[in-house]
Design a protein around this ligand. Sequence first.
Ligand code: SF4
Length: 167
Amino acid sequence: MTSRILVSACLLGRPVRYNGQAKPVLHAALDRWQREGRLVSVCPELSAGFPVPRPPAEIANGQSGEDVLSDRARVVEATGADVTDLYLQGAWAALSVAQEHRCRFALLADGSPSCGSSFIYDGQFAGRKHEGAGVTAALLRRHGIEVFAESEIEALVRRVEGNAAAE
Ligand code: SF4
C-alpha cells in the first residue's frame, strides 16, 4: 500500500497559525505526493475549535507534549489561560484523521506546542527553545506514526521512498 503522509495545514500554505500566517514548505516531493493524493492536511488547533488568529500558547515550565499526555504539564496561552484540554482534543482529532487515512508518516511544523517534533518553547514566552515535542506530535509517536519536522524533509523523503521501494 502506498504510504500517506499527515501534514500540518500551515506547511501546506494554509494561513491557520496563531498569528494568522502560513509557514509554507516548497519541495518537489510534496508537490508529487500532493498530485498522487498522498497528503492528508490537518491543523490540530483548528480541529479543537481555536480561531485564527489566537493568542500564542506554550507548554509551561519547560515541559513537553509527553508530559501533557501523562498529565504532568499544562498548555497555557500568553494571556495565562489554561488550554490543555483543547490541545489534547486537537491531538486526538489529528490522530483520528491519521488513522482513518492510514498515515504512517507525518510532517509537522516544528516549534508549535501541538505540532513541534524536535523543539518547542519553554513556557515563558521569551523565545527560548528546548528539545521536545508538542502534544500532537507526542501522541502520534505513541501510536507508531513517524513524525518529521520541516527541517527533516529530506529524511522523510528517503524514508517514504525507501518504504515504497520495499513494498
Ligand atoms: Fe500549523 Fe499545527 Fe499550529 Fe495548526 S496547530 S497552525 S497545523 S503548527
